[in-house]
Design a protein around this ligand. Structure first.
Ligand code: GDP
Ligand code: ZN
Length: 311
């Protein structure tokens, strides 16, 4: 249960302030099996997505996650551009991304070359290829599963997240709790999320909401994901070069010289355009909210005036 005061204090700030999976909270027990959450402790990391519909609220899908395992199948699921989005999302919230290439059993002959392709876009993130189904290569993940660590699984449906989760849990799959979050208006939502405790004592978060990966935020994290382009751009003649055919563009020069894959540049520009669009939409939603609030205030003021005048 969330206290009325906490709810009131976060209504202004949007849904971001309400407790979510992975949060540490201060609570007061009532009786033997109930408690009121009084406060949410500051979050070390977040995984955020835009709420659906015409609202400027962002939704925190998970908090205080140390490692995000970005699970991608080496089958038809393999998509470097989607991986770039996932990396941007994780960097943004401050967690450490780990790329897991699953289903290595299906592509034994190409697994190594795929891994190299991925390493080129993954930046500093570690890349592991394994078979969740057969267990090959799972040992590489031991490092992340230390006691007290929190991991989240992210990836498209069918990538093998559930299979991997079951593997990591060993046989004693131990459901600790199901969190039923409220939205900012206090209604129950249909989303449910789960935390599992691994045999080694790590916490594993499986969040259905992370299956689709939209983006939020500023350009800075795109710079982290596309760091080689950011480095090249330092040599462009114009500081605000968009690398779209401006003279003296070092990024174009690298593409022409074969030193940078055109797909990387295209991908960056697409994500930038998406963010710009999102920013405009956000401004629109904020303006609408504000307008609606003013309308209510004015109406109330007019009513008070009428009451005073005895109408
Ligand atoms: P999720 O939607 O990400 O949770 O994916 P699932 O764990 O449900 O897996 C989707 C399908 O891929 C299932 O049929 C799994 O058996 C299969 N799968 C998962 N991991 C592997 C793997 O390592 N190799 C192969 N060949 N199939 C796998
Ligand atoms: Zn340029």
């Amino acid at each position: 249960m969330v206290s009325g005061r906490l709810r009131a204090s976060v209504e202004d700030a949007g849904a971001v302030g309400l407790p979510t999976v992975g949060d540490w909270v201060a609570f007061e027990p009532i009786g033997t099996d109930q408690a009121v959450i009084r406060a949410v402790l500051p979050r070390a990391t977040t995984l955020v997505r835009k709420a659906a519909g015409r609202t400027s609220d962002a939704q925190v899908l998970a908090a205080n996650v140390d490692f995000v395992l970005i699970v991608m199948g080496l089958d038809g699921d393999f998509n470097l551009r989607r991986l770039e989005r996932a990396l941007a999302l994780v960097h943004q919230g401050g967690a450490v991304p780990v790329v897991v290439l699953n289903k290595s059993d299906l592509t034994a002959d190409t697994a190594d070359s795929r891994r190299e392709e991925v390493a080129r876009v993954a930046g500093a993130a570690a890349v592991h290829s394994l078979s969740a189904l057969h267990g090959d290569g799972l040992g590489e993940l031991t490092l992340y599963l230390a006691r007290g660590r929190t991991l989240a699984l992210l990836g498209s449906s069918g990538a093998g997240k559930s299979t991997l989760l079951n593997r990591l849990m060993g046989d004693d799959l131990q459901l600790t709790r199901e969190v039923r979050p409220h939205d900012s208006r206090g209604r129950h939502t249909t989303t449910s999320r789960q935390i599992f405790v691994s045999p080694s004592g790590a916490l594993l978060i499986d969040t259905p909401g992370l299956r689709e990966i939209p983006l939020v935020g500023d350009d800075q994290d795109l710079g982290t994901v596309f760091d080689e382009i950011a480095a090249l751009a330092a040599d462009c003649r114009f500081r605000d070069c968009r690398h779209g055919g401006e003279p003296g563009c070092a990024v174009r020069r690298a593409v022409d010289a074969g030193a940078l894959e055109p797909a990387r540049l295209q991908s960056l520009r697409k994500l930038e355009a998406e963010r710009a669009y999102q920013a405009v939409r956000e401004d629109g939603a904020l303006a609408r909210d504000r307008k609606a609030r003013w309308k209510t205030l004015h109406k109330a003021a007019r009513q008070r005036q009428r009451l005073k005048r005895g109408e």
